[in-house]
Write a protein that binds this ligand. Sequence first.
Ligand code: FES
Length: 571
Amino acid sequence: MSDTDQGLARGLTNYGDRDFSVYLRNSFAASMGYSREMLKRPIVGIANSFSGFNNCHRHFPELVEAVKRGVLMEGGLPIEFPTISLGEVFLSPTSLKFRNLMSMDTEEMVRAQPMDAVVLMGGCDKTVPAQLMGAASADLPAVQLVAGPMMTSRYQTERLGACTDCRRFWSKYRAKEVTTEQINDIEGRLATTAGTCAVMGTASTMACIAETLGMSLPGTAAIPAVHADRLRAGEESGRAAARMVRTPIRPSQVITAKSVENAMRVLLALGGSTNAIIHLTAVARRLGIPVSLEKLNALSDTTPVLVNLKPVGTNYMEDFFFAGGVGAVLRELKPLLHLDTLDVTGGTLGDRLEQDAGWVDHRVIAKAAEPLEPEGGLVALFGNLAPRGAILKRSAADPKLFEKEGRAVVFTSLEDLAARVDDPDLDITADDFMVLQNAGPRSASGMPEAGYLPIPRKIAETGVKDMVRISDARMSGTAFGTIVLHVSPEASVGGPLALVRDGDRIRISVKDRRIELLVDAAELECRRAAWVTTNVPAAERRGYDRLYAEQVTQADEGCDFGFLQPVNEDT
Ligand code: FES
């Protein structure tokens, strides 16, 4: 047998005696109670990111049984294995710091264990990009199966869904429009079922991107976690993976420059999460496909916003599912898409869109001829404050703040922000620009979702709902506001954001895609000469923290690790 043999004969453990390796593996596998006949089957691994620290994956024990059923139906042997899980709100300092660790775990376990194809079970924000990154690098036939979104709940007469409503009610609580008793009641009603956040946040955006890339089965991204169709999607994903053993379709055939461009179009049409551009960049770069923010702007100019979901609109993921889901969006975008891209079934996007569209609720998914917005939901801004770019979610921002100059009020860290933002003596007005430094990928805080800086309490209490906020942090996909994020290079490595001081003037122009610090170059050079990083040097760290500090790239490169990029075979 060779290493390319199927099933248990793949990738043998090295004892220096090949036949002994086969004999020993068969013996130990038999100890798990499999018959000889089962052990001869091709193996479909199931990367299960279930964890007691991940509420979004609560239903995976039931879902994994459906996947196994599907694999068995196609003559494969399903073998489940655990990987790291990333429960968004259970990780410190932030889940993004561990996305690359999960991608390494996924890649290495897919490669090291004997499997012929794999189903990747993920859902919560960073898990799907981590699995796609790992699968892209391992390049074994793989099907992404997402958790599916939570169902909404109720508070009195209002529908509630995590987590746009979490933030909305928290803002009201800070503005004293909601009492402590009410916020405690609401806390227990925001997330009440299994599944990922109920709006077009990062998890849902990444689910739609996975389907658009072709890595998930058509029609599966938006099925609610607790819907019976989710189990059928699990079964079908198991079948698809087992079929791919017979006719291999590798991630490198599915994730291509064309499918990545389609995914960027869908991201823009969804008014999707700003995090998704970082994740899509990281996934694409694993296969040597560059994603530039200039390209994002070019696509944004010609891609309408079509989906009326929170945080940009009014509906929830369950509405999106019943309205037609990703398929309906793809049909509206059809003239803008590459139709010869492959999905994990072996079909093309063109084939898929030939099929009957079914009923579409155009109150949730607008027609391209009557879009919610004529241009895409995200734009990149460039200028002397962000030479490598920054992101603004235009569709979730207040257009009155798009062409504006303001005075900077600077917070030098998250700790500084927490200590001073509600100080009644803070010198700030609603027309000022709040600036947060040292919250980028290499900072001690690890690029948290802190870019949604709270409006200072004394301003919030006057009814102000939005201000210009600028940082090198990220923002939750469920948040909203005129928030400039991912400023690159970041402050903690000496990017221009580090040089901003209280009272400086900053100008943003969404129309011109510009963000400028209006301080003359000589003064900036003086400040640069005096700048010192607040980061603990990598050499003084240990373990994963050190690896992260040494290897993480800037936001415009996807915040991946440098050494996880493909090796250039020409060099
Ligand atoms: Fe898991 Fe929001 S907390 S998707």
